[in-house]
Design a binder for this molecule. Structure first.
Ligand code: SAM
Length: 197
């Protein structure tokens, strides 16, 4: 507990009528890990420490020796998106993590960066996952028509609304025309694709 206090995950507080006891309380950091918190990041942490994500760290040397393109490929022999598809529990946790991230980030972006969305009539969220970002955008800008493009298996069972439409497709094949293209947590994917790794 001392180490966790040192790291800022807990703090101590005097308890009891005479403050004679000492107890532990959550901090701003650990409150983000509470699942019941609407702004929770618990799935982000759980998916990033999942063995699927951690085991590639043990394959760095194979990767540096040049036999595999990325540590993830060296560990699993396939891309992250295939692992997510073939392991539904991990897949769900990963997409929940992206939704957690979108929930927190979009509340800031829609508050501080409203101007970005002014004058737009349509938007395509490329690699938009399960649509948390798109739903947040249309809640703030109900006149906007939002398309969420992601891999077919990710969007297969998702229900759209009047102004959020899910498209199951490969972004490297085609991206629908829209006034703006949103790439959130995705540029790395495009860079690695362009570099052919
Ligand atoms: C890191 S996640 C980001 C999700 C979302 N943009 C966000 O910020 O929460 C990357 C997303 O890209 C999707 N993706 C990966 N390859 C893709 C492809 N070739 N075409 C379309 N989507 C793809 C994945 O399924 C995943 O949902």
């Amino acid at each position: 507990m001392r180490f966790m206090i040192y790291l800022g995950f807990f703090a101590t507080q005097s308890l009891g009528e005479n403050q004679e006891q000492e107890g532990y309380i959550l901090t701003a950091t650990s409150r983000l890990l509470v699942k019941a918190n609407p702004k929770t990041m618990s799935s982000v942490v759980l998916s990033m420490v999942d063995p699927f994500m951690v085991s590639p760290l043990h394959t760095l040397s194979t990767c540096f020796q040049g036999s595999e393109s990325t540590p993830f490929m060296a560990a699993h022999g396939m891309k992250l998106w295939n692992v997510l598809e073939q392991n539904p529990d991990f897949g769900k946790n990963f997409h929940d993590a992206m939704a957690n991230d979108s929930h927190v980030l979009m509340s800031v972006i829609l508050n501080e960066g409203k101007g970005v969305f002014d004058n737009l009539k349509s938007l395509v969220d490329v690699g938009g996952g399960t649509g948390t970002t798109a739903h947040a955008v249309v809640r703030a800008f109900p006149h906007l028509h939002c398309m969420v493009l992601d891999l077919p298996n990710v969007v297969a069972n998702l229900q759209g609304t009047d102004n959020v439409v899910f498209i199951g497709s490969d972004m490297f094949e085609c991206i629908p025309r829209a006034d703006a293209v949103l790439l959130k947590v995705l540029l790395r994917l495009l860079v690695t694709h362009c570099l052919g790794i």
